[in-house]
Ligand binder design. Structure first.
Ligand SMILES: NC(=O)c1ccc[n+]([C@@H]2O[C@H](COP(=O)([O-])OP(=O)(O)OC[C@H]3O[C@@H](n4cnc5c(N)ncnc54)[C@H](O)[C@@H]3O)[C@@H](O)[C@H]2O)c1
Length: 337
């Protein structure tokens, strides 16, 4: 962490789940941090997330789609951790244009700003393993065909490839991480459209019942957020990461039913019930998925360190003290056209 001491770092999406955990770690390391976040109501930005470091960062409420703002903000930054995103797969099907603007077009805007005003900045983009679609084989490595099952996946591929292209053509050092299901403190819990993990955590924390689709036997891998932050920081500081795409993956796959059981046992509350698949969700579900992260392990030495049991314990301990900060503005989150 000594590496980041005194470094100028910009984190887009820095009020969100993974971004805020990254920002806190950077502040602890002594970095000079600028947080850029649009705080759009539907997404995971939450000022409570950055409360512990609010006096130690520069917070800029702006939108990565604002090219003029980006051209100003990226100047002088040594590192840009590009985490701002429209994360919901289901929302990308209801409102594909917004997903396109944020996950693809705005990424181009950030890179164009770097092309004109800061070619030395080192970038790390957080993409998603969802772009592989239904796996042809497992564990899924970086050579697996890309076959997205939703609009979000297509736009995330474009966002990734812009980064790789600008690295190749303009020498802007950019690395791409394909994240798997991530969980932990500071995650969006106010609605269920950002993936199953946050929603399950909320229901268990509220001592409610999880409705688990199908037989719950589909297996996934998952990463605790601290491991993901480690991977982002590692990819940022290592020259070998520039121009590369790396999968992140969990230790070993686990069925959704087992995840529910572990959550309930850890929190000492909640329950689950198997229910039939809703049609809309079934269409974009990918079944079993687990990834292969040996490329980032071999190149950069990253391995996930936090076990599911330990990660869940830390997660429920966190929400025990501040659950209300994550559910207080729950309600009808309707999409705006
Ligand atoms: N959480 C996961 O399991 C997971 C899995 C795969 C990939 N990812 C990727 O990691 C990144 C961070 O995800 P997260 O889980 O922290 O989500 P999040 O919703 O908590 O954080 C995203 C942040 O980006 C901000 N944002 C969204 N649009 C913006 C815009 N136009 N301008 C500025 N800020 C904007 C949001 O306000 C939010 O604070 C995303 O790019 C996501 O696609 C996350």
């Amino acid at each position: 962490m000594q590496f980041y001491k005194g470094k100028k770092v910009m984190v887009t999406g820095g009020c969100g789940f993974i971004g805020s955990n990254l920002v806190i770690r950077l502040v602890e390391a002594g970095a000079d941090v600028t947080v850029v976040d649009s705080m759009i109501d539907e997404y995971g930005g939450n000022l409570h997330n950055i409360a512990p470091v609010k006096d130690d960062i520069r917070l800029n409420i702006s939108d990565v789609r604002d090219r003029v703002a980006m051209q100003y903000l990226i100047r002088g930054q040594e590192f840009i951790f590009n985490l701002a995103g429209q994360v919901s797969h289901i929302d990308s099907m209801h409102d594909p244009y917004t997903d396109l603007e944020i996950n693809a077009k705005a990424q181009l805007g950030v890179l164009e700003a770097c092309r004109y005003y800061n070619r030395d900045a080192r970038l790390v983009l957080t993409s998603t393993r969802q772009i592989y679609g239904k796996p042809h084989y497992m564990p899924v490595d970086e050579n697996h065909p890309l076959d997205p099952v939703d609009v979000n996946g297509i736009n995330c591929i474009a966002g990734e490839w812009y980064h790789l292209l600008y690295n190749k053509v303009y020498g802007i050092p950019a690395a791409v991480l394909r994240l798997t299901n991530t969980y932990g403190p500071r995650q969006l819990l106010k609605h269920n459209r950002q993936g199953f993990l946050g929603w399950f955590i909320r229901l268990v924390a509220e001592d409610k019942q999880i409705q688990l689709y199908g037989d719950g036997a589909q297996r996934r891998d998952m990463n605790y957020v601290d491991d993901v932050v480690d991977a982002i920081l590692t990819a940022g500081k290592d020259n070998r990461a520039a121009g590369q795409v790396y999968n992140l993956a969990g230790d070993e796959p686990i069925s959704l039913k087992e995840i529910c059981e572990k959550m309930i046992a850890t929190a000492g509350k909640g329950s689950f019930k198997l229910v039939p698949w809703p049609e809309e969700k079934k269409k974009i579900d990918i079944g079993d998925f687990y990834g292969d992260c040996s490329k980032i392990t071999n190149d950069l030495g990253w391995v996930p360190k936090v076990s599911i049991d330990e990660g869940l314990k830390k997660t429920f301990d966190y929400y025990e003290t501040c659950l209300n900060e994550y559910i207080k503005d729950s309600g009808e989150h309707t999409l705006k056209p």
